[in-house]
Design a protein. Structure first.
Lengths: 259, 239
């Protein structure tokens, strides 16, 4: 009985280790494809459009909503200490350092990462990737690399937009609804948020989250079973694994680099 | 899947792999193309070993191969023109004018003029097969692999694709390897046959197969006969 449990644990551990090895090998292939010619700028721009432009609405609306909630909650908390003039700093720092990159990562994973995985998985199911292989064309270079690069490029831009919309939402809630002075809101925001520390750290986080989502989405699509169930499993797997990875890596990035 | 399977497909001939659904026809083609690596054994294509070979060797071998997939495997985000142009743009240093020339010639050869701007989703089943054949041929391969080129097609389109394959073989000396369960087409065009039964193969000419005493072969051929005809009636297709 005990030995059975140990055996099962061992088997599962091997599966997990093997899966991580495959992801690492796939990631190495992606990196090699990034530096190997041709550069494929046209395909990357198209993918940035698919990831970025098509996620604009959801990112803007979510950013504004999160900012408004932060404005309300921040005001209600700060007023207890007579510190409501620090509302801009609370909203700005929360969004720039944490909520902007993390929530954007989660939103883009659901919106674009899942679509990316589903597209590649359906190409697997319809033998399109095998067709490329038979033409001596590397599917990682032609299909996966532009998508992964686009995700890493689009994520910081979307995170920045999320943050700006959030600051606007905080201004609406704090200034327009609750009556905080507009000058105080923006001056506390400006004095609290440091570009080299907070903003660049936020962008770095977003780039790392973009790389994580790009890697997981392309890997899940690329290695999916060639069936409709495989397409659906790759989509779900991308959202779950990428979301959890973003949250865990956020802790480590913050703990190790103080970003 | 295969046990003790040994087969030769002669250069410059049309060879057909016959067998029922799930007998391993497509798997055998994918093994030849290096899309699946065998657990054991040897596969030689154009003089090169592909079982267990390096990625660069496989790339070199694949440049001699063209493959027409059962579902077409055309990139559904690209137009018919771009699908055909893709291998030329990726593998050969040709000007865009030369690419356009080659694509138009190839589309003309398969009777798909005027479909350049259409997406694969806008094509009928027969047109997809012909576009897939055109793409497989665009880089002038030495060996053409066709996975179920006649499945799901009407008799006129079957004849048309069959004619294209025979013409490629006779006029260009191209080696054609077809996986099919379409018996009448097979008997009309094949120089050599490999029939897959329970992971083993029976090979020979179409005449050999028709004369075969094996019960399972006769049963398979019976199923492919026109209603009321004996298997021997299919021999007429050989002429």
């Amino acid at each position: 009985m005990i030995f059975d449990g140990i055996r099962r644990l061992g088997r599962r551990s091997l599966v997990v280790v093997a899966e991580h090895g495959r992801i690492a090998r796939f990631g190495t292939g992606l990196l090699r494809a990034v530096v190997a010619p041709p550069a494929r700028p046209g395909r990357i721009v198209q993918e940035v459009f698919d990831v970025g432009v098509l996620s604009l609405v959801i990112v803007c609306i979510s950013g504004a909503a999160v900012g408004m909630v932060l404005g309300l909650q921040g005001y209600n908390t700060l007023i207890r200490f007579g510190a409501e003039e620090s509302l801009g700093a609370v909203v700005g720092l929360s969004l720039v350092r944490e909520l902007g990159p993390v929530l954007t990562g989660l939103l883009v994973t659901g919106r674009a990462g899942s679509a990316m995985a589903a597209e590649i998985a359906s190409m697997v199911a319809t033998e399109q990737l095998d067709g490329l292989r038979m033409m001596s064309i590397d599917p990682v270079h032609l299909v996966a690399m532009p998508k992964a690069v686009a995700m890493a490029l689009a994520m910081p831009l979307l995170a920045a937009l999320f943050t700006v919309c959030g600051i606007f939402g905080g201004w609406v809630a704090g200034v327009r609804i609750l009556g905080v002075d507009a000058g105080t809101y923006f001056s506390s925001l400006e004095s609290a948020v440091d570009f080299s520390d907070d903003v660049s750290g936020s962008l770095l986080k977003a780039v790392i989250f973009g790389m994580i989502v790009g890697l997981i989405a392309t890997y899940r699509g690329y290695t999916s079973a060639p069936t409709s169930a495989g397409v659906s499993a790759s989509t779900t797997g991308t959202v779950v694994v990428a979301s959890v990875t973003i949250l865990i890596s956020d802790y480590f990035i913050t703990a190790l680099w103080g970003v | 899947m295969f046990r003790g399977l040994s087969a030769d497909f002669e250069r410059g001939t049309i060879s057909v792999i016959l067998g029922g659904s799930g007998s391993g026809k497509s798997t055998l083609l994918r093994l030849v193309g290096g899309l699946i690596r065998p657990g054991a054994g040897s596969i030689r294509v154009a003089g090169e070993e592909v079982a267990g070979c390096s990625a660069s060797t496989l790339q070199r071998v694949r440049r001699k191969l063209g493959m027409m997939f059962q579902g077409g495997a055309l990139l559904d985000s690209l137009s018919v023109y771009d699908n055909l142009a893709l291998p030329l743009r990726e593998r050969e240093r040709l000007s865009e004018a030369d690419v356009a020339d080659r694509v138009r010639q190839q589309l003309c050869a398969v009777g798909l003029e005027g479909t350049e701007k259409l997406l694969p989703g806008q094509l009928s089943g027969g047109m997809i097969k012909r576009a897939a054949l055109a793409r497989a041929l665009i880089a002038s391969p030495e060996i053409l692999l066709c996975d179920e080129p006649f499945s799901g097609l009407d008799p006129v389109t079957v004849r048309r694709i069959e004619g294209l394959l025979v013409d490629l073989n006779r006029s260009r000396g191209m080696t054609v390897l077809v996986a099919s369960h379409h018996i009448q087409s097979t008997l009309r065009m094949a120089d050599g046959l490999l029939m897959l039964l329970d992971g083993r193969g029976i090979s020979g000419t179409p005449a050999d197969l028709l004369a075969c005493e094996d019960e399972r072969v006769r049963e398979f051929l019976d199923e492919g006969s026109p209603p009321g005809a004996a298997p021997s009636a299919l021999a007429g297709g050989l002429a």
